[in-house]
Design a protein around this ligand. Structure first.
Ligand SMILES: [Zn+2]
Length: 98
């Protein structure tokens, strides 16, 4: 289950328990049920996460076909997955100020 942390009050927001959600210019916004603050994913974190997921995908395909030996593909997939998970947790969400 996906739980996101509110950057304003630190309240953990479960997507299903969020006060409200909306999409602005294709960006997914979430309102904190505790402090009513809107927040969205950090743009840099989102880009890094996508890069990590891309590496994960490429690495998996390389590993499957054993391109570049038996180590390169799984290694790339592992690092990609690590980047995707790390950015999700390490970079705080951005407050949305209307
Ligand atoms: Zn909050």
């Amino acid at each position: 289950m996906k739980v996101l942390q509110c950057p304003a009050c630190g309240h953990r927001v479960n997507i299903k328990q969020a006060a409200a959600t909306k999409k602005v210019n294709g960006i997914f916004m979430l309102q904190c049920a505790n402090c009513q603050q809107w927040s969205h994913e950090n743009q840099k974190a989102a880009a890094l996460k996508n890069l990590g997921l891309f590496m994960l995908l490429v690495g998996s395909v390389m590993g499957y076909f054993q391109l570049g030996g038996i180590v390169t593909g799984p290694m790339l997939a592992f690092i990609g997955g690590l980047i995707a998970v790390a950015t999700q947790h390490a970079i705080p969400r951005t407050l949305h100020t209307p």
